[in-house]
Design a binder for this molecule. Structure first.
Ligand code: NAD
Ligand code: LMR
Length: 326
C-alpha cells in the first residue's frame, strides 16, 4: 500500500467530527486501498475530549488508519497535509442566521489560513464547514496566498443531498434514481436549490413536479432545513453534515459518476456572471482529483435572479470581514 494520505481535521472533538472521523478512518474519502493519517486539531480545553475520540478510533482497529495525532497547535495539525477539513467553529443556535457567526468564526479562519500558508502543502484540498462556510473559506483563501486557490472550497453537499432527498420524497422515487441536482450560491437561506436539469430514472424531474412546488416549497424547504434540524434537535445537524463532508471529499478525490454531477462551493471562475474569486456553489464534475464547473447551463430568469441575490449576500458578508482579508 502507498504512503498514508494525511488529513487535518479541526474541531475534532465536536459533534460533526464524532460522526465524521470514523467514516474517514474506514476509508470513505480515499477509498478502500489507501491508508490515512489523521492530524486532529482542537482548542486546549477540549484536548481531553479529543483523547477520548482517539481512544475510540483506536478501539475500532480500522485497517486503513495509520496513525492519529491530537494537538492544539495548528502548525502540527496542518503540516504537509493532503486534505484539510475545517470544521472547528461555533455553531448557530435557534433564531440565528449563519452569518451572525461571522464575528466569532471569521477570525478562526484568518488565523488558520495564515498557518496553512506557512506549513501547508500548496496543493492540499481544503473544505470549509464552519459557518458561514462560504465566507470563512473566502477569508481562509485570502490569508493563504501560497495555496492553490482552486483547492479552497466550502460545503454545500449537505444542501445537495437534502435537495435530492426532498425530490425523492415528493415523487416517490429512490435516491439512486435522481441525478443532476444543483445548489447555486451561498450555504444560507439565499441558496438556490434548482431541479431544472434533475432527472428521475432518466426522465426530467420538471415533468414530475409542478413549478409552483419547485419554487414555493422545494427551494425554501431545502434552504431552511438547517434551521428545521436545529429546532427539532436543539443543536445543528451533525451526522448529515459529516456525511456531506465525506461525500464532498470522496467525489473530489475519487470522481463523479458518468452522467451525474455534484454541488461544491468553489472560487468562481466568472461562470454565470458570478464575481471571480467568490466562494459560490456550482454544479461540478470531478475526475483525477480535479473538479470542473459545469459552465454551460441555461438558467431561467427566476433562478438567475435568485442566484444574483445569493451573490449579493456573499458580497455583503465579504465586505463585513474586510479587516480579516489581510
Ligand atoms: P461543535 O460545537 O460540536 O464542535 C466544534 C468544535 O470546534 C468544538 O469541539 C470546539 O472546541 C472546536 N473549535 C472551536 N474553535 C476552534 C479552533 N480555533 N480550532 C480548532 N477547533 C476549534 O460544532 P459542530 O456541530 O461540530 O459544528 C461545527 C461548525 O460546522 C459550526 O460552525 C456549524 O455551524 C457548522 N456546520 C456547517 C454545515 C455545512 O453544511 N456547511 C453543516 C453543519 C454544521
Ligand atoms: C446546516 O445546514 O445544517 C448547518 O449549516 C448548520 C446550521 O446552522 O444550519
Amino acid at each position: 500500500m502507498s504512503e498514508p494520505k494525511r488529513i487535518a481535521v479541526t474541531g475534532a472533538a465536536g459533534q460533526i467530527c464524532y460522526s465524521m472521523l470514523f467514516r474517514i478512518a474506514n476509508g470513505d474519502i480515499y477509498g478502500p486501498d489507501q491508508s490515512v493519517s489523521l492530524q486532529l486539531l482542537e482548542i486546549t480545553p477540549a484536548l481531553g475530549l479529543l483523547e477520548a475520540v482517539k481512544m475510540e478510533l483506536d478501539d475500532c482497529a480500522f485497517p486503513l488508519l495509520h496513525d492519529v495525532v491530537c494537538t492544539d497547535d495548528a502548525k502540527v495539525a496542518l503540516k504537509d497535509v493532503d486534505a484539510a477539513l475545517f470544521v472547528g467553529a461555533k455553531p448557530r443556535g435557534p433564531g440565528m442566521e449563519r452569518k451572525d457567526l461571522i464575528n466569532d468564526n471569521g477570525k478562526i479562519f484568518s488565523a488558520l489560513g495564515q498557518t496553512l500558508n506557512e506549513v501547508g502543502n500548496p496543493e492540499c484540498k481544503v473544505v470549509v464547514v464552519g459557518n458561514p462556510a462560504n465566507t470563512n473559506a473566502y477569508i481562509l483563501k485570502a490569508n493563504a496566498p501560497n495555496m492553490n486557490p482552486r483547492n479552497i472550497t466550502a460545503l454545500t453537499r449537505l444542501d445537495h443531498n437534502r435537495a435530492i432527498s426532498q425530490l425523492a420524497a415528493k415523487t416517490g422515487s429512490r435516491i439512486g434514481e435522481i441525478n443532476k441536482m444543483v445548489i447555486w450560491g451561498n450555504h444560507s437561506t439565499t441558496q438556490v436549490p434548482d431541479i431544472t436539469w434533475a432527472t428521475i430514472g432518466g426522465k426530467k424531474a420538471t415533468d414530475a413536479v409542478d413549478t409552483a412546488w419547485a419554487h414555493d416549497t422545494f427551494i425554501p424547504t431545502v434552504a431552511k432545513r438547517g434551521a428545521a434540524v436545529i429546532d427539532a434537535r436543539g443543536s445543528s445537524s451533525a451526522a448529515s453534515a459529516a456525511n456531506g463532508v465525506v461525500d464532498h471529499m470522496a467525489s473530489w478525490i475519487q470522481g463523479t459518476p458518468e452522467g451525474d454531477w455534484v454541488s461544491m462551493a468553489v472560487p468562481s471562475d466568472g461562470s454565470y456572471g458570478i464575481d471571480e474569486g467568490l466562494i459560490y456553489s456550482f454544479p461540478v464534475t470531478c475526475k483525477n482529483g480535479e473538479y470542473t464547473i459545469i459552465d454551460d447551463l441555461t438558467v431561467t430568469d427566476t433562478i438567475k435572479e435568485k442566484m444574483l441575490a445569493s451573490q449579493a449576500e456573499l458580497n455583503e458578508e465579504r465586505d463585513t470581514v474586510k479587516a480579516l482579508l489581510s
